[in-house]
Design a binder for this molecule. Structure first.
Ligand code: ZN
Length: 395
């Protein structure tokens, strides 16, 4: 069927829709950043809410839905406008007749949430209102699960916990927890043969050399590596690595842990962490140090490309200045990871042009992920970069 990944142009923020190739066209949304400007008809910014809705199916009651919604971590630029566009609360409180000018809210069949990430985030900062709303809904769903002893949980009440919490706080939830280093294929209560998802993070405390406070500052995030089948059902047609805003200490720890068997870090497509921030690759400041050094382990963790891989920056346009994020120095490092094939690096704020952003959509074929065809211009007018690669030896 469809099998594709769409990165919406949301400035320095994330909003990614993964659609599977199954006949249900299962939709997994990772983060949202729907800014007011994008919601304002008079503004030129890409109307990402409309672009998202266009790609979602409606259920038998006419409600638009996502099969799963993951919040990688609770920063504003990853959950902006959650309450405006998504239904939160019991299923029977869904409003089928919205007020004039309002749209039907998007129904979340299954939430994916990481209590450990929330705890780390709230240690340093107060959570934004949208994050609090997400957390409240996650807690409601966990309560439904506990009250019903985990049986007959309906969509709209379903939740998956990513990573165990500390001190037994997630005890009794074993059936809905996916631990770090586990793989899952069950989405919204159904096993899906078109995907398997490896959980790399949140990286547990004992695997980091830092104290919890520093981890929190390093933007601890849920890190997933998707193995996606093509539209025609070919397994592992696209390995997609996405890690929210995880920064250098996290990637360094992941390399130390997996370097002897780094298959779980391999990718055809990487969403560069933290909007192409330099701090994903370095402990030094980009603008303040004279000679900012790349951390070799963090870079190694992010260098496990399969031939023909793509790297995407979900950010505003990347300029040759001292800005961070997005940072030109980080972009240069990613291009080196892509063996200097600049055509395989994409920035949502530059697609198709800096002035006129559109969602960046890759289709997943048997030959791997395919970028959008180039529309006009002096180069190719048709197929963009067609890629093909050797079959994977695993999966
Ligand atoms: Zn962010």
């Amino acid at each position: 069927m469809t099998a594709n990944i769409t990165f919406f142009p949301v400035g320095n923020g994330d909003m990614t829709l993964v659609k599977l190739g199954d006949s249900d066209e299962t939709a997994i949304l990772i983060d949202i950043n729907i800014r007011n400007a994008a919601d304002d008809d008079d503004d030129d910014a890409c109307d990402v809410a409309a672009e998202l809705r266009k790609r979602l199916k409606k259920n038998s009651k006419g409600r638009p839905y996502v099969d799963a919604f993951l919040l990688s971590h609770p920063d504003q630029d990853h959950c902006n406008s959650l309450q405006k566009h998504f239904h939160l609360g019991p299923v029977d409180e869904y409003e089928d007749e919205p007020e004039e000018g309002e749209e039907l809210k998007i129904f979340i069949r299954e939430m994916w949430s990481s209590p450990m990430i929330f705890r780390r985030a709230s240690k340093n900062n107060t959570l934004c209102e949208e994050a609090k709303a997400f957390q409240k809904e996650a807690r409601r769903r966990v309560k439904v699960y506990r009250d019903k002893n985990g049986t007959e949980i309906e969509e709209g009440d379903r939740i998956k916990i990513i990573g165990e919490d500390e001190n037994g706080k997630t005890d009794g939830l074993e059936k809905i927890i996916v631990k770090v280093d586990e793989t899952f294929s069950e989405i919204n209560g159904k096993n899906n043969s078109y995907v398997s998802i490896y959980v790399l993070g949140p990286v547990p405390k004992q695997e980091l050399e830092e104290d919890e406070e520093k981890i929190a500052k390093n933007h601890s995030s849920v890190i997933l590596r998707f193995s996606l089948s093509s539209s025609r059902g070919k397994k592992d047609a696209c390995l997609f690595l996405t890690g929210g805003d995880a920064e250098v200490a996290i990637w360094e720890a992941l390399w130390k842990k997996h370097k002897d068997n780094a298959d779980c870090l391999k990718y055809d497509m990487l969403l560069s962490s933290h909007h192409c921030s330099w701090h994903v690759l370095s402990y030094d400041s980009w603008s303040d140090s004279e000679d900012p050094k790349v951390n070799a382990d963090a870079k190694a963790a992010l260098s496990q490309t399969i031939e023909g891989a793509f790297i995407i920056s979900s950010s505003v346009a990347i300029k040759d200045d001292t800005a961070d994020p997005p940072c030109m120095g980080a972009k240069d490092e990613y291009i080196s990871i892509l063996k200097y094939d600049k055509e395989r690096f994409f920035c949502t704020g530059e697609h198709p042009s800096e002035k006129n952003n559109e969602p960046l959509e890759f289709s997943i074929t048997d030959e791997g992920p395919q970028p959008p065809a180039k529309k006009k211009g002096p180069f190719m007018a048709t197929a963009g970069i067609m890629t093909s690669r050797e079959p994977l030896g695993h999966g």
